[in-house]
Design a protein around this ligand. Structure first.
Ligand SMILES: NC(=O)c1ccc[n+]([C@@H]2O[C@H](COP(=O)([O-])OP(=O)(O)OC[C@H]3O[C@@H](n4cnc5c(N)ncnc54)[C@H](OP(=O)(O)O)[C@@H]3O)[C@@H](O)[C@H]2O)c1
Length: 273
């Protein structure tokens, strides 16, 4: 990331904090390159005291100074926020929206002045630098804009480029995805305590099993998830007994249907928002 670029976050919430922190810890930006705005004074104070990042409650004034303008408010606040920024994009910044389900065409129309918009779908592991973000260009975004968005977001994890039409599927898979894994963790923890393990033991076993499995998936890129599963499933063994129940209860089908339902909901929200 070019350190002289000024990155302004509109909305200083959880995701803005995750990205700002990732940029600082990766050395991709200095605190003086970053600026935040928020309606809540406590958030401005938090960014200043915790990270040395300045901020204000004046979105338009901050946007005028931006080379990269990150829209990080809730989707329901996007119309009002973008309309308030119309005419304030003095430096023709790259506009990077992380708002779920808000199409670039709508953002372009609200902002006016034909802005260059890139839409991103991050996920919460960005909070620990282990996120994955899909990015898609709007009508006027250039390949150089996509590269800039990619560099900025890679501070918080992996980045993949897709077409905007695929973002509803991305939302269902990786945006909501951490919740599916946490659900698995909840069930495994409950099973462990029912088997008589103390809660602290159950908790440690489950957290580290999921972490370790994730690291194996990442480290052994040549092996498919199915191959990795088969390696721990010997004939007549314990894992096979467990898998038989999961298959009989059609857990795989339920998961596929769950992700499809999330994608359908994402599509509906994008259309209606
Ligand atoms: N969290 C996730 O897992 C996740 C994943 C992917 C994408 N996203 C997207 O990231 C965006 C931000 O999510 P988040 O979880 O960081 O939300 P958040 O914590 O609620 O942050 C949004 C911040 O914007 C502030 N705000 C509201 N109206 C504003 C305005 N007019 N001007 C300036 N600031 C304003 C909010 O203040 P108040 O709270 O006082 O209203 C809040 O501090 C959302 O669009 C979401 O779709 C989130």
């Amino acid at each position: 990331m070019n350190p002289s670029q000024r990155i302004v976050f509109i909305g200083a919430g959880h995701m803005a904090e995750a990205l700002a922190r990732a940029l600082l810890s990766a050395g991709a930006a200095a605190a003086s390159d970053l600026f935040v705005t928020d309606v809540a004074p406590t958030r401005i104070t938090h960014f200043r005291t915790r990270y040395g990042i300045a901020g204000s409650d004046d979105n338009a004034d901050a946007a005028r100074t931006a080379d990269i303008l990150v829209l990080a408010v809730k989707p329901q606040n996007m119309a009002e926020v973008c309309q308030g920024l119309a005419g304030a994009l003095a430096r023709d910044p790259l506009v990077l929206s992380i708002a779920a389900g808000v199409p670039t065409a709508r953002i372009e129309a609200w902002l006016g002045d034909s802005p260059r918009v890139v839409r991103a779908m991050p996920n919460t592991p960005a909070l620990v630098g282990a996120g994955v973000t899909a990015i898609a260009p709007g009508r006027r975004a250039t390949p150089a804009d996509l590269n800039r968005a990619d560099r900025l977001l890679s501070a918080s994890g992996a980045v993949v480029r897709v077409e905007e039409k695929d973002l509803d599927a991305v939302t269902a898979v990786s945006g909501s995805g951490p919740a599916y894994v946490f659900y698995l963790a909840e069930a495994m923890r409950e099973a462990a305590t029912r088997l008589g393990l103390a809660l602290n033991v159950a908790d440690l076993l489950v957290r580290h099993t999921i972490l370790g499995a994730g690291q194996l998936l990442e480290a052994d890129e040549d092996a498919s998830p199915e191959e990795l599963r088969c390696r721990v499933t010997s004939k007549g063994g314990t894992t096979e007994a467990a898998m038989a129940i999961l298959e009989a209860r059609e857990v795989r089908t339920a998961l596929i249907e769950a992700v499809q339902a999330a994608a359908a909901r994402a599509r509906k929200l994008s259309e209606s928002g």
